[in-house]
Design a protein around this ligand. Sequence first.
Ligand code: IVH
Length: 668
Amino acid sequence: MRSKECSNKEYLNLVDEIKKHDALYFEKHQPLISDYEYDLLVKQCEEIEKLHPEWVSASSPTQTVREKPTKGFYQVAHSVPMLSLANSYSEEEIRDFIKRVHKILPKDDMEYSAELKMDGIAVSLRYEKGKFVRALTRGNGKIGDDITKNIATISSLPKEINAKNLPDILELRAEVFMLKKVFSELNEQKEEAGQDVWANPRNAAAGSLKLLDTEEVKRRSLSIMVYGLAEGIKEIPTQEGVQKFLKEKKFPTFSKGHFAVCSSAEDLLKFANSIEEKREDLPFEIDGIVIKVNTIRDWEKLGATGKSPRWAIAYKYAPLQAKTKIHDITLQVGRTGVLTPVAELDPVFLAGSTISRATLHNEDEIQRKDIRKGDHVIIEKGGDVIPKVVSVDFTKREKSSKPFVMPDHCPVCSSTVVKKEGEVAVRCSNTMCAAKNERRLMFFASKPAMNIDNLGEKVMKKLIDHGLVKSMSDIYRLTEKDIASLEGFKEKSVQNLLSSIETSKKRSLARFILALGVPFVGTNTAELIAEYAKDVKNLQKLTEDELILIDGVGDKVAHSFVEYFSNENHLHEIEQMLELGVKPKSSKLVQVEGHSFSGKSFVLTGSLEEYSRSDAAALIKERGGKVSSSVTKKTDFVVAGAEPGSKYDKAVTLKVKILTEGEFIKML
Ligand code: IVH
């Protein structure tokens, strides 16, 4: 549709279509189109409205901020409205932005800050007298959802800052996101559990922030990047100064190369391009850079148009997409037997690597996008390392093409497949399926599980193909001679592998439980069960009733766990591993230099040099200690780093033992 020739009806249809996409994005967190496609629709809408201002509908995206209030959360008014940003996609548009600024403020020495545009969810954070008191979503820009409890689960966010020289009220702007690594891990668990996967890390973060179960939010391991100041500290003259302030106060903010001050469109573009080159290697998703007038006093003079400020603009990157053809659709059998359809692609170069396969997730996803063998498709590299198929070019589809049908037999062992009610996944029903066993063994040795260095998927495949490893315990039976018989292994690599296998014998009980591959038991549940069971010998004694009592363990996990441990083969295999020297460590049993962490409560204050707060907390918890956020008479130790906050003073008043970082490390 060309905007010039568009009829009013077509315009209203476009507004409606955008509204539908908004609902899919904000309420269901399952968008059908990419951000890029969405932006194009909005742009089209804007162009039509420029030509026909008399048509502008109240529900047009140009008139509304897209987010809707969520049931179950209190709605609270923002003390400073949360605006959105205008988008730009080209050098020309950046130049236009600079020209617009110059027209209002004709200065020759204008500076612009440039920083990452985090692809997450905007939140406002309020601190009163140095204490974190509230977090709100953007909502409609004026009123947002109160998500304080969920934001409080983010360990890198300081809940208390040194209030010296601070105004009573400080309001910050930040973006909540999910690290690519966390996203992949959680999505893998979802796929194994037969649940719908998230489309990208931003949807995962958005869905997580709107959960009412704070414990579940905690398990989603969300992250935050603070990038702005909306209220407080009038004394900071520039955005550069804001960055410095945030860093000083230990807020997670942009690292050195991710923020710059530029004085021309060329410089801004240079920064944007240098970041785009690194985009894939970043641990989180970005969708561009944000350019802001550096001097904050100028912001007021520049003001805002409708819903976005005139002093800032987003420069967005085109998505990492490529066109190719699906020459086949194959099926991969996972460790719990889930059959995952995979698109075998004509190799295509995309963002630094050659892609020849893309996951199609499940049958529902294939049907929704109507993906078929022989189709010409657009693939995209999202936050997940595995590329996905975005859409099909139906104009190029051959007449003879047929819809994909999921087989009713496992492609590896030919056993029947089953689809449980309410699940999208189809599974191979054979517990002894060779493909399942292969994936299980690969998972056992993988990083999140027993973390056996030098025993990646390729080496494991070789060991399986040579008949040297058939079961988990076989890994611990491998001899020097066995490994040396594999192609590519020399004396040094044989020793390296043997030593990694030896080291893995002392992994934690939680890792051991995870490595067993009990259906529905992921990293977090494994940790909860390990903490409860304390010893590997206790695992088989756990009953469903007992397991359900563990906070965070549901019926499904409890049932699956007990079922796993009532299988003689599984018990025999575990027994064999223990006999071969595997000795999973229980976290609560660690005792160091006469100090028991067990049951002791710790409070951390100030910044530690050796550890981040979350690492220090993890070390305490690993040893059976507890970490609290406030000091009470019951607190056993306060660990004080540099610039400790009011918790330090409280510890002095209550005569709680204060440890320096050095003393704490000694204790560890
Ligand atoms: S500044 C007046 N800086 O992008 C709005 N926003 O598309 C000021 N975002 O709502 C926003 N990274 O959610 C700003 N470094 C950054 C950002 C950023 C991501 C998001 C934010 C904003 C959206 C606008």
